[in-house]
Design a protein around this ligand. Sequence first.
Ligand code: F0G
Length: 354
Amino acid sequence: MRYPGLLTRYKHYLPVTERTPMLTLQEGNTPLIRAENLSEELDLDLYFKYEGLNPTGSFKDRGMVMAVAKAMEEGSRTIMCASTGNTSAAAAAYAARGGLNCIVLIPNNNIALGKLAQAIIYGAKVIAIEGNFDRALEIVREITAKHPITLVNSVNPYRIEGQKTAAFEVCEQLGGAPDYLAIPVGNAGNISAYWKGFKEYREAGKSDSLPKMIGFEAEGAMAIVKGEPITNPETVATAIRIGNPASWKTAVAAAEESDGKIDFVTDEEILDTYKWMASREGIFAEPASAASLAGVRKRKREGGFQGGEKVVCVLTGHGLKDPNIAIKSVQAEPMVVPDTEAAVMAAIARLEEA
Ligand code: F0G
């Protein structure tokens, strides 16, 4: 049987009515991959929820399918969002699928190349502002409050509804909730959505326990950790370069209610983990995604695990979203040699020496 997409698969848990169009690009249903090598190294039972395998390459598709379907149900013709890149890619794709117009506001020079390419090719109207994500979101809120345009950032509650389905899948794939759920925190919608999903699945009798929610901001954008908004957030992980998270309160509640924590990781830890995960486990996720595993490594160093705990790291976006960072972070362009067997063998020998 063909996988029907999230709105059909989880319609009893979602605000789906008879009038909701069953929009889908077959989002969700992403793999939970056991980290065979890193589990041993970290003395954990470690898994990756690989959200990079969604149709536009990030977890945003889960929330966007729901938000766009509801916008269509309500007769909206145009959607709009602010984005560090992934939300705009998802909004543009689902708007194209549903026949809506899409306007996206992005911070100039601060979104990954692949994400910009996506928004453009899916046909969105893309506007780059001379300001950061937080400012873009303020402007989008102002415009959508005054005009018949639907806001599809995660302050739209349908986004959180769609995104909570990832927690359902984790429970199904593991046969219950994990001990820990590690997740990057930017605008803080996703950690809020997972927590809602885990609670609902337990209430429905589909899992027996709840995970401790451990969320990680990037050091240069750690508003929640600091307890105050950051005017000029900076991090190599542009996806989470956010200084005033919209879902701040619900993220703090998720950490507190679950006996978890919101902590931070440095850019150095993010980039080191990004490479480590790819080269040791064969999994390529974008830098922001690596914050979840970087955070688990930090907790491990600090003695925060006993050993053997079941830990799920959410890998929010695909590594190919940001090819420039990959090339830059290993500081290596491929070696160019003449097209002969001898030249290739000589190059292999030189690379092995290096
Ligand atoms: N990881 C990736 C790859 C993201 O794109 C985002 C957010 C996050 C993590 C953080 O999730 O905001 O729910 O806490 N990206 C948004 C965007 C802001 O515009 O694409 P969050």
